[in-house]
Write a protein of this length. Structure first.
Ligand code: KG4
Ligand code: ZN
Length: 346
């Protein structure tokens, strides 16, 4: 019986493939991380990323099918991230999906990567129980990653309203830059999180002013941290304290716009998702705040926070079942979201 979509995610620097059922169950997911290849440059190098995806994808899909003992007979269609992202990286996934679609005569569904992150908190698998109920709309969703920081109100299936986004850097990007400045490694978010847990935050060290509407800005704190770090030499303990203060200021800024939105819009469930939702402080504080306003917070387990094919498979199903963006022939890659993907609140 055909019960799975074969999902492919290659929009940035993680090659991920998964088998996902329509009820959000991830049967199997496999990834190849490119972190080591980019670490020497301190950031993602697009050309290296697309070459690495091209090398990794087909062997990884083979391995996924063999390891999970799944045959093409069980695959109904293919889901692939086709926007937004690094165009060479996207193309590697899209070309693989289109080719497999042609060879095995399966439809191909192009998925918006950000819609994938929004869906990620709903995923479940053999290690994570199925949610006891489906979250009723509207959802207030904070999606924070290395490339994006946005707040959405999801009022119904496929009805996404972007309330606000960052004017400059994404939160994950400024975590990464801090780590890079100190030579702590790449990607920096998880490393900074570890160091911050050993430090004590000074709430007066960094402050981020709340912007009008629901906009974010993180370039100021990045420059302030750079000036501070270069101003003198610091002990490891002091650096841990600076990391903790930096992290707390970013988390406070992320949640301050969430709180403002919660006073203006009706919502039933709160979701935090994207690579930065792996951050220990953000997870804790999101939970505390949600509890204080009597809402349930949905956050993916760590393996579905950062880029993963599981989330792409789930959104693939949503569109497949609704029969839109299903192509019997080819899906195109686009570095940007389509104008119809998200309505902009104003
Ligand atoms: O969602 P993702 O894998 O890729 C994009 O779509 O951008 O997010 C990657 C980002 C990186 O900037 C990484 O440093 C950050 O997520 N990240 C974290 C943590 N784990 C990953 N940031 C803060 N704390 C963490 N624990
Ligand atoms: Zn992402």
């Amino acid at each position: 019986m055909k019960s799975f979509t074969l999902a492919i995610e290659s929009s940035c620097d993680d090659t991920s493939v998964a088998l996902v059922r329509a009820d959000a169950y991830v049967k199997f997911q496999m990834q190849v991380s490119q972190d080591k290849r980019h670490a020497v440059f301190g950031g993602v190098v697009p050309e290296i990323a697309s070459r690495a995806h091209t090398e990794a994808l087909i062997p990884l899909i083979d391995q996924l099918l063999v390891t999970s003992q799944t045959s093409w007979e069980q695959i109904e269609f293919i889901s692939v991230t086709n926007r937004p992202g690094l165009v060479g990286s996207l193309l590697s996934g899209v070309v693989a999906a289109n080719t497999l679609g042609q060879v095995f005569n399966r439809p191909v569904v192009g998925v918006n990567h950000l819609e994938g992150h929004i869906a990620a908190p709903l995923l479940w698998d053999d290690k994570q129980d199925q949610p006891d109920s489906q979250p009723e709309y509207p959802w207030l969703v904070l999606a924070v990653s290395g490339g994006h920081t946005s707040l959405y109100l999801v009022t119904a299936p496929f009805e996404y309203q972007m309330l606000g986004t960052t004017r400059d850097d994404a939160a994950g990007e400024v975590f990464d830059k801090f780590s890079k400045m100190l030579g702590w490694g790449f990607p920096g978010g998880a490393i900074l999180d570890q160091r911050a847990q050993k430090g004590l935050a000074d709430p007066l060290l960094f402050q981020i002013n709340q912007l009008p509407h629901f906009a974010y800005s993180f370039s100021g704190i990045k420059s302030a941290a750079e000036r501070l770090i270069r101003s003198q030499s610091w002990s490891e303990e002091q650096l841990n304290n600076i990391a903790a203060s930096y992290q707390e200021a970013i988390v406070a800024s992320l949640l301050s716009q969430v709180k403002k939105a919660s006073e203006q819009f009706e919502f039933k469930h709160f979701m935090v998702t994207g690579g930065v939702s792996a951050n220990s402080s953000l997870r804790k504080q999101a939970q505390i705040w949600a509890q204080s306003v009597g809402k349930r917070v949905w956050m993916p387990p760590l393996r579905y926070c950062t880029d993963n094919a599981g989330m792409i498979g789930l959104v693939g199903w949503w569109h497949y079942l609704r029969e839109i963006s299903v192509s019997k022939t080819i899906v195109k890659a686009s570095p940007h979201s389509y104008p119809e993907d998200f309505k902009i609140w104003s």
